[in-house]
Design a protein around this ligand. Sequence first.
Ligand code: ATP
Ligand code: MG
Ligand code: MG
Ligand code: MG
Length: 572
Amino acid sequence: MRASRFFISTLKEAPSEAEIVSHKLMMRAGMIKRLGSGIYTYMPMGLRVIRKVEAIVREEMNRAGAIELLMPVVQPAELWQETGRWDKMGPELMRVKDRHGRDFAIQPTSEEVVTDVVRTEIKSYRQLPVNFYHIQTKFRDERRPRFGLMRGREFTMKDAYSFDRDAEGLQRSYQVMFDAYVNIFTRFGLQFRAVAADNGAIGGSGSHEFHVIADTGEDALVYCPNSDYAANMEAAEAVAPAVPRAAAAQPMTKTPTPGKARCEDVAKLLGVPLTQTVKSLVLMVEKEEDGKVTKQAWLLLLRGDHELNEVKAAKVPGLANFRFASEAEIVEWFGTPPGYLGPIGTKKPISVVADRTVAAMSDFICGANEVDFHLTGVNWGRDLPEPAVFDLRNVVEGDASPDGKGALAIQRGIEVGHVFQLGTRYSEDMKATFLDENGKPQLLQMGCYGIGITRILGAAIEQNFDERGIIWPASLAPFEIVLCPMGYDRNEAVRAEADRLYGELTAAGIDVILDDRGERPGVMFADWELIGVPHRIVIGDRGLKEGKLEYQGRRDTEATAVAMGDAVAFVK
Ligand code: ATP
Ligand code: MG
Ligand code: MG
Ligand code: MG
């Protein structure tokens, strides 16, 4: 590719809405362009990376025996009604009507459609096992789209669906996909970890998430450095003791007066990165009367939203006495309705959060996780119980690993893939059967396997960047190497050597871009460092006279002189 015939559009500053490094750098490098909340145009530079991700995924899926098809983005509501998900999915499912008033879903995933395919296409056990996949646009009306491609509303996912005749077959198909995922993430050149995940509401018998390790990740991963034990926090907590642990009391530092606090403060207090949805908690302590517990600790956990009906019970497994608090109870406990502290009359009711390690009941923080919408040190206007001290986490660093092989460690991750044993969850509802050897109909055993294609870009950058820009792993880079001729537009010798080398690299099958824009060296270098091309060769008049070029890897601090004839071998 010649830069003059490509489209390059870089920015010095990232737009203010970009919060995390990957979002900022993708915007600055001209990889994506925002069209609306969570909706982006993949610009030519970004699309090249997406295509590289897709190519690796496709290759490994094919190698693992999965078969590509392409299912529609717009799907009839009837299918979603068959499995009950039309109602269950709630507002995340984008719905549209056609001119006849018929309902359609814009697919957030394709279990229904693929099950419809197999229930008509798969007739006999002889056709099994089979695994269909596609790489297709998804739409999820996320409550809080953010971080660019990381949590978009429109995004690209690879989703695969395996069908087997029995549970053992499903196990095998699942293992094949698990192994394929290990290959895929290894080929991406990213640091990742597979963790056991909670099956949650979907049911079924097994699930793993693949996470790219990054401090800005939204998920906490629990693992044992001495063994294979690894689980996401939800799954780890599900098997952890249900008792809230005592934590050291901290002195109250603020006088409880209502006031505004910034997002940063709340995040700091909760001990989570600012970029993460601050989980909001309402806590009610146990009251001991005559040595008897008369009221237990109730806990509300809201994930960055303020609607009680969206509270996720599943996110605090292991807490035996967990349930949703009603609005009446909140009034009873706190002497104020949940909406009382709403940020300037907007979203209601507001969550009330306490420190994760709750220092003192009377030192509440309430927050909406929006800039300048946090109130700290709220005085509840009535006597509160004695400061009660809890650590709300069921699993903390240093806890014994469930396998007894050492102490647990915790790190943060970005969920980039998810494999799931669904069993007959969908085939039952949709009557997807095959005929066994005896001609008897049996339910298909199903597995599903997703990879967030576009999310990979953000995750890769969160792991690979410096102050100058992105550092793509070679397998994902939009171009593997950039040729920077000094004075392409005016120096005959430089132009001739640049063109020659460009031809040679192209012929060697290397994904090369020749910067023939005639930009000043400073501009050229800054652009390509921002864009994150892993290899750069500078062709200058002085070097040419000595038969030399300058090579610099994106992580190198200095350039190396390379003999003209050796350049191709050097890059390879
Ligand atoms: P999350 O927990 O981040 O919301 P999920 O568990 O809802 O993700 P899955 O249903 O497991 O997502 O979908 C498979 C994969 O699709 C995820 O592992 C993730 O990589 C990707 N993905 C999900 N939601 C989004 C999104 N809003 N934007 C980009 N990628 C996404
Ligand atoms: Mg989700
Ligand atoms: Mg998830
Ligand atoms: Mg998932």
